[in-house]
Design a protein around this ligand. Structure first.
Ligand code: NAD
Length: 504
């Protein structure tokens, strides 16, 4: 362990949202923390506000008075940078501006000792570029906390071209000693989370633009079928469309307009209209007092099929068969035939999506009565399922598939026949992006799962999830999306192709 010893002093520059949070984390871990801000009164105000919020915890019995007093006693307002002379680690959390951050680093380097590690909490600036004019560029490490810093576990430890591995390790081990979940990353656009999360928003935007489903339905399916804590539309409303659009543009531009990261015209339109989300009172949803939340598209109760015949074996089938039986459906199991795993419902074939539209798949296989369903995080627990019906189907296909999932205890959202439905296409793109980041050495395979579960609360890391669904299935979904749209955006990553080739 190269973690900073508890008796070493930490410096924090900037007492805004992130700075005071980072100072709280370090003081909670037992360090004395020097805190400075360019704005007069900012440090005192931030410490006073923190004191109030800790008082609240004490009142609720969630923190002892001693602990609260200890944290506040260790926070020391600094008048000038010369006070930072004693620090072995300084973290800056000032305004996101390269010129201002470089000027601060130059000033800090005139004060701190040679062994002092400097961390920057930048969300988007290149660590390599920031270090360019430093006397000792090896000491600069991205120390990227997420908001709110005392709560969110992930810290991206970002190395630029000049970062000394020993400095990155000190930052990593110190974050771990502070109870955080650090992940090593290299300085590339969006680092890990802001890059690897792009498809979460991008696929939802695309589905809305293509009129496949509305925001409330997409959110409900992503939560209740995909297991995400928040749906992409409500999350974009929370982040702010201006902020999310800016991050999308930054990553897109930094990758020289790779179509995989292309922003949506809908984002631009919403920003231009001032529909920024919660903060402006209107985004995908209306936040005005008394405004009614739109309901997700949910099918009415449908009449059960006579029986459900499961052809093939899978964990998904075991879970669904169990639930269907419990729902009063007559369930039969038999080995898979030529057409692969299928649930037959009185002549209607129900299958998981492979990235083709149901209409395309019906065309390819000659089956008219075809319904596709989405990928669920956990088929034993999912509360909702999205389905899409082939244009060639007549009559009862939609209602039989609806009744089947209703018997399983799920709500059903019938969406337009979009390739890869909602969760599956998003998941395939998340897995693909994570594999690309690993291929490029941005982060390790284990690291990307830690980052996405601890930084943005995904219910499962993209690697673990990709493996659970099967990487050949992920590749098939991407290849079919690429074929459907004819766009480079859906190209399977080099790493995914290699892993699938090795497995199959
Ligand atoms: P903020 O505006 O809340 O706080 C910034 C503080 O820095 C202000 O108090 C300001 O007075 C002070 N400051 C500005 N220039 C200074 C200077 N030259 N010297 C000393 N103090 C100066 O901003 P924030 O949201 O806390 O963000 C700080 C950094 O953290 C940025 O780099 C941002 O990109 C990054 N970040 C923000 C978030 C977030 O969700 N807010 C999350 C992760 C990272």
């Amino acid at each position: 362990m190269a973690a900073l010893a508890r008796d070493r002093v930490v410096g924090v520059v900037g007492a805004g949202t992130m700075g005071i949070g980072i100072a709280q984390v370090a003081a909670t871990a037992g360090h004395r923390v020097k805190l400075i801000d360019a704005r007069a009164g900012a440090v005192d105000a931030a410490i006073a506000a923190l004191g109030k919020s800790l008082d609240g915890l004490v009142t609720k019995g969630k923190m002892t008075q001693d602990k609260r007093d200890g944290i506040l006693a260790r926070l020391e307002p600094a008048d000038a940078y010369v006070d930072f002379e004693v620090c072995d680690l300084v973290v800056e959390a000032i305004v996101e501006d390269m010129g201002i951050k470089r000027a601060l680093l130059a000033e800090l380097e005139t004060v701190v000792g040679d062994s002092c590690v400097i961390g920057t909490n930048t969300s988007s600036l290149s660590i390599s570029a920031m270090a360019k004019e430093m006397r000792a560029p090896g000491r600069l490490v991205g120390f990227h906390f997420f908001n709110p810093a005392p709560v969110m576990q992930l810290v991206e430890i970002v190395s630029g071209l000049a970062t000394d591995p020993a400095a990155a390790q000190i930052a990593f081990d110190t974050a771990a000693a502070w109870g955080k979940a650090p992940v090593h990353a290299t300085s590339t656009p969006g680092f890990v989370v802001n890059r690897c999360a792009r498809p979460f928003y991008a696929e939802a935007l695309r589905l809305i633009v293509e009129r496949a489903a509305d925001p409330a339905t997409i959110d409900a399916v992503m939560r209740e079928c995909g297991g995400f804590r928040m749906g992409p539309c409500e999350l974009m409303d929370l982040i702010g469309h201006d902020v999310n659009f800016a991050v999308t543009n930054a990553v897109y531009d930094a990758y020289f307009k790779d179509p995989r990261y292309a922003p949506s015209a809908l984002q631009a339109e919403m920003v231009a209209a001032g529909r920024l989300g919660r903060k402006s009172g209107r985004g995908f949803y209306d936040y005005a007092k008394g405004a009614k939340s739109p309901e997700p598209a949910t099918e009415p109760a449908a009449t059960l099929p006579k029986q459900a015949v499961f052809e093939g074996e899978s964990d998904m089938f075991d879970a669904l068969a169990e639930r269907a039986k419990a729902g009063g459906l007559s369930v039969h199991r038999r080995p898979a035939g030529d057409r692969g795993t299928t649930i037959l419902l009185d002549g209607v074939a129900l299958r998981p999506t492979d990235g083709r539209t149901a209409t395309q798949r019906a065309h390819d296989t000659g089956e008219r009565e075809l319904v596709l369903h989405d990928v669920a995080l956990d088929y034993a627990a999912a509360a909702r399922m999205a389905i899409a019906v082939a244009d060639q189907a007549r009559g009862e296909a939609a209602s039989l598939a609806t009744a089947f999932f209703q018997a399983c205890g799920m709500k059903v959202s019938l969406i337009d026949d979009a390739p890869g439905l909602i969760v599956a296409r998003t998941l395939a793109m998340l897995v693909n992006e994570a594999l690309d980041a690993v291929q490029q050495g941005v982060v390790s395979a284990e690291g990307v799962d830690v980052a996405m579960t601890k930084g943005v609360n995904y219910p499962k890391g993209p690697f673990a999830w990709g493996r659970a669904v099967g990487l050949p299935n992920i590749r098939a979904i991407l290849d079919n999306l690429a074929r459907h749209y004819g766009e480079d955006r859906y190209r399977a990553s080099s790493r995914l192709r290699r892993l699938v080739a090795r497995e199959t």
